[in-house]
Ligand binder design. Structure first.
Ligand SMILES: Cc1cc2nc3c(=O)[nH]c(=O)nc-3n(C[C@H](O)[C@H](O)[C@H](O)COP(=O)(O)OP(=O)(O)OC[C@H]3O[C@@H](n4cnc5c(N)ncnc54)[C@H](O)[C@@H]3O)c2cc1C
Length: 461
């Protein structure tokens, strides 16, 4: 196993790309993008599509797709905030609708772009099924359906218990909502495919290059790396959870590790016992959701269940797996699909996502309008990073558009407390959320978030 990873990541085992060389010597570009995950890659893509003459470079500390982009569940879905109902409550109807519609457009554009650009990332546009496995979760499903109706959003349907179980055969389902705008994909193949496409459009990619500082340089920006410096007119910071290690975002973004398990391929007979012909993505309505999907080679990726914040916002390969979370994932997988209790997990891995106080991403500008950032998708960045990259494109090109006015752009960004309070409050919050999940599993009629959590969020938000 590659020592940069603390676990075998199936997506990276099944997609390959020859790494580009690191920065050596001094270079000049119009735009430098720091971080080659989905945000960085889509930003380069949208910029070069808008203006093919731009000189664009991507500078990546490890390899393309090293961060969450190469290891996620692969759901391209519309979710922003904790739920559609929360988005509406926190931002109002007009802003919630605009944000939702922008990401729904991205879902469709991702599908169209991978087809047009010949990126074979196993895209399956099967929609999303958000299932309720207890009455409290059903209340949350109902609240999201009510929000969709109030916002007049297209593509939402209510499913009864029978309809849900007919689609995917789990005895745990009490009902669901179906959302049309969702596709699943192979994330590493998307990242590697996008890298090929942007290189073909003229971008330069540097890998194995740690950006150690980004500073003002007399009207331009200097990006410093161990092998040399890169001067640019504008810089885009696309390092998501890793931005927690910069002075700008130390108290605004906290890395949270989320984990998945992946089964061995199921036999045809086992698939007959599960159904799931549509390849839809599935989530439940716990605080720590379960998210799960099929892969094209017949496996089930089973993720969520818990999340772990490390003291000091640490991100290290040794956290790429977690035995406690793996056991919890295994238990909930077998509870959901008792007919598959004997199908083992072949892989288990995780990675850091960027959490913000407000549960929506942060987009804005620093250094007199020449450093643009977009990060903190709270575990939902696959499609929102495509939307975000269009915002970053518009910012770099100096355009005021409907996208640059979305509710998560240029906001007053509340902060988390400094350590050790940050870790303590995050841990209290995590435990409180897990307790509520357990209470709801035991039949408690709670639909809203735990009052302790709401108090903590108010205090630190
Ligand atoms: C296990 C898991 C499951 C997930 N499942 C889903 C899902 O199903 N659907 C969904 O919507 N979202 C999911 N997510 C979240 C989603 O993957 C992320 O929101 C999204 O990939 C963020 O993309 P990004 O480009 O902003 O960040 P990243 O992919 O994290 O990229 C940041 C990049 O910046 C680089 N970098 C950091 N510091 C530096 C530096 N100093 N110099 C140079 N480069 C640097 C990193 O190496 C990294 O490659 C999941 C995440 C995980 C971990």
């Amino acid at each position: 196993m590659d020592e940069r990873y603390g676990s075998s990541i199936y997506w990276l085992e099944t997609s390959a790309r020859a790494a580009a060389p690191p920065v050596a010597g001094n270079h000049t570009f119009d735009v430098v993008v720091v971080g080659a995950g989905f945000t960085g890659l889509w930003t380069a893509y949208h910029l070069l599509e808008a203006d093919p003459s731009l000189r664009v470079a991507l500078v990546e500390r490890d390899v393309v797709g090293y961060g969450a982009s190469g290891r996620n569940g692969g759901f391209a879905m519309t979710l922003l905030d904790m739920s559609l109902a929360h988005l509406r409550r926190n931002h109002g109807d007009d802003a919630a609708k605009a944000a939702h519609d922008a990401v729904a457009t991205s879902v469709e554009e991702i599908g169209a772009t991978v087809a047009a650009r010949d990126i074979d990332c196993e895209w399956r546009h099967g929609g999303l099924m958000v299932v309720a496995t207890n009455p409290g979760q059903q209340r949350r499903v109902d609240a999201d359906l009510a929000a969709a109706e109030a916002l007049d959003l297209a593509g939402f349907t209510r499913l009864s218990a029978e309809e849900t179980q007919a689609e995917v055969h789990s005895p745990t389902y009490l009902g669901a909502l179906r959302e049309e705008h969702c596709g699943v994909l192979h994330p590493a193949k998307l990242a590697h495919g996008l890298a090929r496409v942007v290189e073909g459009m003229g971008a330069t990619i540097f890998e194995g290059t740690d950006v150690t500082s980004i500073d003002d340089a007399d009207g331009r920006i200097r990006v410093t790396t161990p092998g040399g410096g890169v001067l640019a007119d504008q810089v885009v910071l696309a390092t998501n959870a890793f931005a927690a290690h910069t002075p700008w975002f130390r108290t605004k973004v906290v890395p949270l590790y989320t984990y998945v398990g992946l089964t061995e391929p199921l036999t045809d007979a086992q698939w007959d016992e599960v159904g799931w012909a549509s390849h839809c993505g599935i989530e439940d309505k716990r605080n720590f959701v379960h998210y799960y999907r099929r892969t094209v080679d017949g496996r089930i990726l089973w993720g969520g269940s818990d999340g772990v914040i490390r003291y000091g916002s640490r991100i290290e390969p040794r956290y790429d797996s977690d035995e406690k979370v793996r056991s919890r994932l295994r238990r909930t997988f077998e509870w959901t699909f008792p007919q598959l209790a004997h199908v083992p997990f072949s892989h288990h891995w995780g990675g850091p996502v960027g959490i913000t106080v407000t549960f929506v991403p942060l987009f804005g500008t620093l250094l007199d309008g020449r450093l643009h950032y977009g990060l903190g998708y709270n575990g939902h960045g696959v499609a929102p990073s495509h939307t975000g990259a269009k915002i970053l494109r518009d910012r770099v090109l100096g355009q005021d558009t409907a996208l640059t006015r979305l509710c998560f752009v240029d906001t007053k960004e509340p902060t988390f407390p400094p350590e050790p309070l940050r870790w303590v409050s995050a841990e209290l919050t995590r435990r409180s959320l897990l307790r509520q999940d357990t209470r709801m599993d035991d039949g408690a009629q709670e639909g809203d978030m735990d009052p302790l959590l709401l108090r903590l969020m108010k205090k630190f938000g």
